[in-house]
Design a binder for this molecule. Sequence first.
Ligand code: SF4
Length: 341
Amino acid sequence: MKDGVRELARQFKAFLQTREEDELTPLSSPQGGAEQVMPAAGQTPENTPQDHLTIEFARTAHKEAENHPAGQMTEMHAPGHQADAAQNTAQHLSAETADTDLFGQTASVSAAVRAEAAQTPQTAPVQEAPVTPQEKQAALDKIAEEIKACRRCPLGQTRIHAVPGEGNPAAELMFIGEGPGFDEDHSGRPFVGRAGQLLDKMIAAMGLKREQVFIGNIAKCHPMVNPQNPEARGNDRAPNAGEIAVCRKYIERQIAAISPKYVVALGGVAAKALISDTKSLGALRGRFHLLHLDTVELQTPVKILATYHPAALLRNPNWKKDAWADLQMVMAEMGLKRPHA
Ligand code: SF4
């Protein structure tokens, strides 16, 4: 055990050494990082990373009923349950006040977005999943074209570029954040700002290259505090519940097309939406969950693990050790070793 702790300390030290001067400058909210859903500074995992290797799959229906009273989002998604879950989501949206989103955050969910969410096709016919990398790429290309043409929610009216996501169509691992920020809106590519550069380092620390994974967001267009000013930095916010409800079909179709084995949710907003649990990020971290999808049916189960958004890590470098512990869990599952380890 001591050797394990020593090894962890060595790896953590190496991980910290990836920090550069950019982390000394606080960011307002690159990539739409949702600081408000992060645990308090200094929060640490209860167990050692080694202890985290126990995998917890979807909770039982009994627990689900306890945790999610009628009308709230539900996690159990065995075939045939999607329609019920999606209907619950739409009902929940329509029942909300105008000022509170699914995560208890103050947000304005417009009537138009509510109507769009309610009308969003909540079930998709089970289609033949693409199998070869070429078929997967073709499916992703088609989804990307739909995203670029999409104006289904107000974010589509103010974006500069839609940001469908990018990466290996046959990736075993996907990283999913909440929404594009300034740099992504201007480039049309996901995670290319300072948070994206840190994500690249996190991926490299796992012994992978960015090109080997797929990187995307739940919302495909830039959520802005002031939509009239897309040229302003620091104008980022997290997507609200209505925007997520309308847009999530795209990331779900991307997941279904890629059929990864693992998803890492970056930040509390993405974690709560994909795990379909309103617990804090701190409570969701530290174990695998079963991925929750509303609009498509997965051919095979996908494990999802939540960790901090890189933007949050830039603001709070002390959280890096916990993020590294999360990534090590994924590495252990995938049989990855750190480079030079
Ligand atoms: S955020 Fe999603 S739903 Fe809204 S316009 Fe962009 S692609 Fe369409």
